[in-house]
Design a protein around this ligand. Sequence first.
Ligand SMILES: [Zn+2]
Length: 612
Amino acid sequence: MKSQCLLVGLIICSVMTGFAQNSTSYWQQHVDYKMEVDVNVKEYTYTGTQELTYTNNSPDTINQVFYHLFFNAFQPGSEMDVRSRTIQDPDDRVGDRISKLSDKEIGFLKIDQLKQDNKKLDYKVVGTVLQVRLAKPLLPSKKTTFKMKFNGQVPVQVRRSGRNSEEDVALSMSQWYPKLAEYDFEGWHADPYIGREFHGVWGDFDVKISIDKEYILGGTGYLQNPQEIGYGYEKEGTNVKRRGKKLTWHFVAPQVHDFTWGADPEFVHDKRVAKDGTVLHFLYKDNPSYEKENNFTENWKNLQSKTEDLLMFFNEHIGPYPYDQYSVIQGGDGGMEYAMSTLITGNRKFGSLVGVTAHEMAHAWFQGVLATNESKHEWMDEGFTTYISTLAENEVLSEGKENPLSGAYRGYTYLANSGSEQPQSTHADRYHLNQAYGLTAYSKGAIFLSQLGYIIGEENLTTTLHTYFNDWKYKHPTPNDFKRVAEKVSGAQLDWYLTDWTQTTNTIDYGIKEVTEDAGKTTVVLERIGLMPMPLDVSVTYTDGSTKEYYIPLRMMYFNKPGAQNIQKDWAWAIPTYDLMIDGAKSTIKKIEIDPSQMMADAKRENNVFEN
Ligand SMILES: [Zn+2]
């Protein structure tokens, strides 16, 4: 997730445990939220009621539940605050800002009343988590209804959500309501909110937001009363009369796992209907001071056709976007994906505006629809998103880069040689450096896919992505689920790939040890130096300009890459060297190279090339 999505540094803005899970026994919990919220825009506070019907599809009896109270993170002394002040490379958006918030500036969510099927419940607030003992155990396949009264205060914007963003958007309302934690085959995921990544329960949302009538909203869900609201949501030509001081915006969002909104009295609202029928909404401020720096309005107008192009790219390369609308909303503190929408900062150069939209919109697939537990498998949403959005951006902006992902390879290679790498299966909150998290989730995560294309072939990768989308949409896929799809599509055995790449810091390092000649035949002695196995493509260029490609299968894959030429005997991982016999005397050879495509993330490429 996230906006972090846009990390500064090596990957400038563009940039498990494999529990076996049998898809035939897959289950997931279900929630139906009905919320009514009344917002005080002067005090940045709100009161709300929440009726939550919870269906227990698990095989277990549930005796307690957990809710997230994310806004409690924005209080001095919170885990998010202390973590930011003690980590070596804090996010400069956070720094020590939380520690300096006054009572009127902090965020909070307070529970005023909570009942289960009309029985009062005991509960305990533990930082950003609400722990609730049930009055009556919830048996498998049964439902129960929680009714809650709550009140909240919108924090000064420090991270992602909050009031008065740096670009002066009034309300960026993500992670704003008491949100039930997910219970799945691993048990409860009652993670404290420390800095990043989310995991939610699939369900349906019905949300009514009452707010001063000058405020214009955008976000998750379909507006149910556009004729009363207007502001560009109404049927064209309608004369909308807004009565009273406040308007109640009524949204419905089916089959999502979160609900987010943004609001500002000065939002401009544009709409565009894409070729596939999806209605794209754009909400942004017409602020003259941005105009000078970046042709702000022109950029936001030009963004609209590019957003449609991005949508069509993702539809084609992953699977059809399954909702009827998507909203790009100015807000937040960088870029962050939410259900059917994104909050992005808008005062950017055009390429950056398209880039951030590409990234956040790609998350509508990798996280919005394919809802991995991103706290545990952050590389599956950030990495997969980075992979596809980088390719999309290259096409939509006609950048024409030969390897659009070269930045991700550079970032990962730096990390792999830095000594500060942790396995990708590390919980997103528990990297010792923010930079190590960023490079692991985004860069190494993107390479997981592009390198898989090298391993099983591009066509198999394409089919894998489509099949993964079809099989796992509206669910919580795990790393193993993705691997199994790739195995079934390609026929290759890939357990080694998932294990070594995502659960260890083993590196790939193959090299050319020596080149010898005997009776006019040349032998290339190849060496596996790193611990991680790989099949090898080897290219030979002769002095007459001709080339020949060789393919060395990896024994434990039991597989040859489709289209590979000059397939050699397989290389068993445990054997450190391999003799590759090639045509021609040594003197006729100009160059020998392991993986000229550079799609294999060899951590030390210097030894991949022999030149005569
Ligand atoms: Zn992201």
